[in-house]
Design a protein around this ligand. Structure first.
Ligand code: GLU
Length: 480
């Protein structure tokens, strides 16, 4: 079977990660079946469109390496792929429906529609167009059109009809047509509405599978009516559940943090890691495989396996996956990717040696500052540092330990890990200090933290001058 999938974003702002996750599915499914993945820009809502919106969509998809076979810039035999360049097609299709008696011109004014709405509100009936223009005679319509009275084109929704479709994820869905409004198809400004444009384009572009967010499921009956009105074959639908906020409450939205696909890159997630996270989220796999390449995913992805329940956007899992991907990077790649996350005061000449020490602990590239600041920034010792410095010991003993460590370190001429280690270990053995206590104390004194990369390597990078200064700082701190 020939498979053609599509992503049809509107250029209304930064792409949401949820849309990115759905793009991945459309992309993978087309690849799996050696079909085509199409990018179509749905820019029929000029009010909500943002500057640079169309370019921004393409940029972000490229950053995640989700390339399309047909679409803006690359072209294809079903183009143009930007809806605002297809207005004549929608007009023609709308006229075709009028000629078939499946759609009609509506001349109702805003005021009249408002009155209908208020009346329905007062009567507590669901808001719906009341069909006032449904049965105008063709003469009346012609007259009004000649008089240039503003009009829209509406779908003539059949009465009391079962609308049925199969959703790959949810099964059969049945809706009575009486609950469906006589939808506007063409607006008075010559632009189609989403409903008309999406159906016309999905049909003309020979889309076989429509995988989109579940927020569109309530629109699907309207689309089915349109397919039927045109006598067109239905595509296969799969409505993908939305993500819930990481705290499990409510749909993942801007209010609870940044949700754009770009913001994840800005926070130091690798594109492959985020895509891997999307692959396993909400997929009941027969095995527990969590780390999956695009090739594996393409081989296995089936929309029917997508869970019908919304899944929590589990940031901890994402961080874990991202850490794995960071560790997979070659050193040179890591260096290049982390560059833009380095704070200004980071000592670039020490980047290689610091990265060797911290890469195991990086979960996001942006963690670099937090994980390494003690290498190059003054450290502050606070009350909790005091507790750590004195743990399993007392002030006198710790002060002696620091003083003696200082004198040993002072004597090292060639400041490297091996020499530092030798000097410090010898001292500990000779004095018979408790290993755990002494080394932990020393770590806290020179870094201000309990958890750091291996101690001697760390001391080497901090350098002789700063190490000795920090030991002095600790002495002062404890003597107060
Ligand atoms: N233009 C719609 C959007 O912005 C597309 C919905 C669909 O995929 O049908 O998401």
């Amino acid at each position: 079977m020939k498979v053609r999938t599509r992503m049809a974003p509107s250029p209304t702002g930064d792409m949401h990660v949820g849309s990115l996750a759905i793009t991945l599915k459309n992309y993978a499914f087309a690849r799996r079946h050696h079909g085509q993945f199409i990018l179509r820009i749905e820019d029929t809502d000029k009010v909500r469109e943002v500057d640079d919106g169309i370019e921004a969509i393409q940029r972000i998809l490229k950053q995640y390496s989700l390339d399309w076979d047909e679409g803006p810039n690359v072209g294809g035999k079903f183009g143009p792929y930007i809806q605002s360049q297809r207005l004549a097609i929608y007009q023609e299709k709308a006229e075709e429906l009028i000629a078939k008696g499946k759609a009609y011109h509506c001349f109702c004014t805003r005021e009249r529609l408002q009155e209908v709405k208020e009346k329905q509100q007062a009567e507590k009936t669901p808001p719906k167009y009341d069909g006032f223009c449904r049965n105008l005679s063709s003469e009346e319509v012609k007259k009004k059109l000649d008089q240039k009275i503003e009009s829209v084109i509406r779908l003539k929704v059949p009465e009391n009809k079962e609308i049925k479709f199969i959703d790959l994820i949810r099964g059969e869905i049945v809706v009575n047509s009486d609950t469906v409004n006589d939808q506007v198809l063409m607006k008075s400004d010559g632009y189609p509405t989403y409903h008309l444009a999406v159906v016309v384009d999905d049909h003309l572009m020979e889309i076989t599978h429509i995988m989109r967010g579940e927020e569109w499921i309530s629109s699907t009956p309207k689309h089915i009516l349109l397919y039927e009105a045109f006598d067109w074959e239905l595509p296969i639908f799969a409505h993908i559940p939305i993500f819930l906020n990481p705290d499990g409450k409510g749909k993942m939205s801007k209010r609870k943090g940044t949700v754009s696909a770009q913001s994840f890159l800005d926070r130091g997630y690798l594109p492959e890691a985020l895509l891997n996270f999307f692959m396993i989220l909400g997929w009941a796999r027969p095995d527990d495989v969590e780390i999956m390449s695009m090739v594996d995913y393409i081989e296995r992805f089936d929309p029917a396996d997508v869970s019908s329940k919304s899944v929590v956007f589990d940031i901890k899992k994402l961080d874990w996956i991202n850490g794995i991907y960071i560790r997979k990077l070659e050193s040179s790649e890591l260096k290049q990717k982390i560059e833009k996350f380095l704070p200004n005061d980071f000592p670039k000449d020490k980047l290689d040696s610091i990265l060797i020490l911290v890469r195991e602990r990086l979960e996001r590239l942006s963690d670099i500052e937090e994980l390494t600041s003690f290498f190059y920034r003054d450290i502050q010792l606070h009350d909790d540092a005091k507790k750590m410095l004195l743990k399993k010991s007392n002030v006198e003993e710790v002060l002696t330990q620091i003083e003696q460590t200082k004198s040993q370190l002072l004597e090292i001429e060639d400041w490297n890990t091996a020499n530092i280690e030798e000097a410090v270990r010898k001292l500990q053995e000779n004095k018979e200090w408790k290993k755990n206590q002494f080394f932990m104390m020393l770590r806290v004194a020179v870094t201000g933290r309990k958890a750091t990369p291996p101690l001697f390597e760390t001391i080497e990078i901090i350098g002789k001058k700063f190490t000795l200064e920090r030991l002095n700082q600790a002495i002062k701190f404890l003597s107060n």
